[in-house]
Each structure stands twice: as C-alpha cells, then as structure tokens.
Design a protein. Structure first.
Lengths: 243, 117
C-alpha cells in the first residue's frame, strides 16, 4: 500500500479508523469482552491462553464455543469442527465487506491479512461508515479500526483477568445481554436495502426454528435459507413494482 | 482422541487453540476474501451474499437471547425477550438511535430482575 503524501492521505484515514475505538460499537464490544473474560475465568482457562485466544480467534461466539468445547473435554477434531461450523458465517460477512473496501489495486495478500480483524463488530462499524470514506483510503480506514480494536481488547482481557470474577452476577448477565441488543439495533440501522431488512426478520425467526431441528447447523441453515428467501422476495417485489 | 489435556507441555494448549480456534475461524475469512474479490459492487450476487450475512447475524442474535451463555442464563427467558423487544421498539421510535434501544433494554433487564426477586 503506497501512502500518498497529501495530509488527507492513507495515514490520516488509518488514524480516523483508529479513533473508532471511542465509538459506540467498540465500547459495547469491549463490554462484551469483559463478559467473555469472566466466562473464561469461570471456566478455568489460564491467563496466557485467554489472552492468546482473544487475539487469535477474535470472533467472540467462536471463542465462547471453544471454551465450551474445552470444558466438555472435546477432542481436537471435534472442537475444530464445532468452531469451524459456527464460523462459516464469517465467509459471507467478509465476502460482503471486501467489495466495499478494496480498489482495483489492493493486493490480495493485504486483504487476506486484514480479514483476520473482521468479526461482527468490525463488519457493522465498517458497513455503517465506509461510504463516507474515499474509496482509495477505505482499506487504511478499516485497518486502523480493526487493528486498534483487536489490540485494545487483548489489553483489556489481560488487565481484567485477575479481577473480573468479582463482578456482580447481575452486571455479568447484563454484559452478555448487551451484545445481542446492540447487534439487533445496529444491523437494522446500517441495513439500507429492503432485502437486508427482510433477511433480518426471517433470520430472527429461522435461527431458533433450525435450532430445534438441526442444532449443529442452525446458524448456517438460517443464513442460507433466510438470506435466499429474502433475496427472492426482494426480487419479486422489484419485478412487481417495475411492471 | 487427542484433546486439550492430552499433553503436559506448556505449548500444547496454545497449539490446540491455534488449530481449533484460529485456523477454524480464519479459513472462512480467507475464503471470504477470495469470494469477495470476485463480487462486483451492486451486482445481484453481492445483494444475495449480503442478505445471507444479515440472516446469519439475525440467527446469532436470536440464539444469544434465547439460548445464552454465562450469567444471562439465570434471567427468565420471558424477561429477556420483553427487554429486547421493547428496546428495539424504543430504538425505532427514537429515530433509530442505537443507544436509546440499548439503554431501554438494559434498564428493563436489570429492573425486571429486581421486580421478580
């Protein structure tokens, strides 16, 4: 990535992305990480490993599942499959985000490297703001946000590890509740297309429904079936209003 | 079968986390980059991918509320659903202000527990 020399160049937008650490999404994510840290301590995961998984996995639901697998004494292949299945959702998220941030010249290796910082919060944050960033600086903006937020949460987990167990139960419960409510509102607010809003409503219903039928694949089925239904409904709607 | 506690070496849990955690998540991110690189902006394919991503996230949200982990499990499901539902309603009424939705939902969740206790 070549940084242009003008003041509003790549480094400026990288810094603007970094400032996203003070945004509502980042603050809520950090609260959720306090909740995760408490969960890891309660599960008996040692300090070094908790910090390590914060940086290496980054996606919060995958970490919760991995800790759950460790607690249940799952074998390495079983734990791998559990985490991998739950993380398939990252693929459409990344695939939807990449066309928004890349230019013709962005090298693929850079996108592969930066994709590590994509999880739900980074997705929502970036989709919400990326249209106000000049296209040639979007990768820098995303990198600034993603690297800063990941780094901040690694430090947060490391600092809180020894004291988090003193958190009152009601506060810990509220921290776990913060994440879904934040996702619910912020994804709705950042969805501009009708197809996305239909997908949201159908997904909310299909998630629990598929959980009853196929608990290991519920998220995946709900996503593919719900997303496809929403896409088709939106097309039919468009076709009708066009004719 | 090899598991988390199979070897005593200090590095083994880290290797376990790297394989079952890091590799299991990042392969999907890498595949996403390769797919996303081929998607054209404003194409029907991208609209579909976005709809799938949104439906997936919605399913995650529903599961986090209905089948939570940690302390939230001890809060009655009816209270969780009411707090999330009214919180979302408040968010819409306040002109899609996210903090209004969150503050309402959290106040109901904590207030409701005091009332039920």
């Amino acid at each position: 990535m070549s940084l242009p020399a003008d003041p509003a160049g790549g480094s400026h937008w990288f810094f603007r992305g970094m400032r996203g650490i003070f945004s509502l999404p980042a603050i809520i994510l950090m609260s959720a990480f306090v909740g995760f840290c408490g969960f890891a301590v309660e599960a008996g995961v040692p300090f070094g490993e908790t910090v390590f998984m914060t940086g290496m996995i980054w996606a919060l639901p995958a970490k919760v599942l991995l800790v759950g697998s460790i607690l249940a004494g799952a074998s390495l292949p079983a734990a791998f499959i559990t985490v991998a299945l739950s993380s398939i959702r990252l693929m459409p998220m990344v695939a939807a985000l990449i066309p928004e941030i890349r230019t013709e010249k962005t090298p693929t290796w850079l996108l592969l490297l930066l994709s590590h910082f994509i999880a739900i919060t980074a997705y929502v944050f970036t989709m919400e703001r990326i249209r106000d960033v000049p296209r040639e600086h979007r990768v820098a903006f995303f990198a600034g946000f993603g690297i800063t937020v990941t780094g901040a949460n690694i430090v947060l987990v490391a600092v809180l590890y020894s004291t988090v167990s003193q958190l009152p139960a009601m506060v810990a419960g509220a921290l776990f509740f913060l994440t879904p409510v934040y996702f619910l509102t912020s994804i709705w607010a950042s969805t501009r297309e009708r197809a996305g809003r239909i997908a949201m409503v159908i997904g909310l219903g299909l998630g629990p429904l598929f959980h009853q039928v196929a608990p290991e694949f519920d998220i995946l089925y709900a996503g593919v079936v719900g997303g496809t239904l929403a896409f088709l409904a939106d097309r039919a709607w468009k076709a009708r209003s066009a004719s | 079968m090899i598991g988390y506690e199979t070897y005593d070496a200090w590095w083994w849990p880290y290797l376990f986390i790297a394989v079952a955690g890091w590799l299991a998540t990042d392969i999907w991110r890498w595949l996403g980059v390769l797919v996303g690189n081929r998607l054209k902006q404003d194409s029907a394919a991208l609209t579909w991918v976005r709809a799938v991503a949104t439906a997936l996230l919605a399913a995650v949200i529903a599961k986090l509320i209905l089948y939570p982990t940690g302390e939230l499990r001890n809060v009655p499901v009816a209270l969780r659903l009411t707090a999330a539902g009214i919180g979302f309603g408040a968010f819409l009424l306040a002109g899609k202000r996210i903090w209004v939705g969150i503050a309402t939902a959290l106040a109901l969740l904590i207030g409701g527990q005091f009332l039920l206790a």
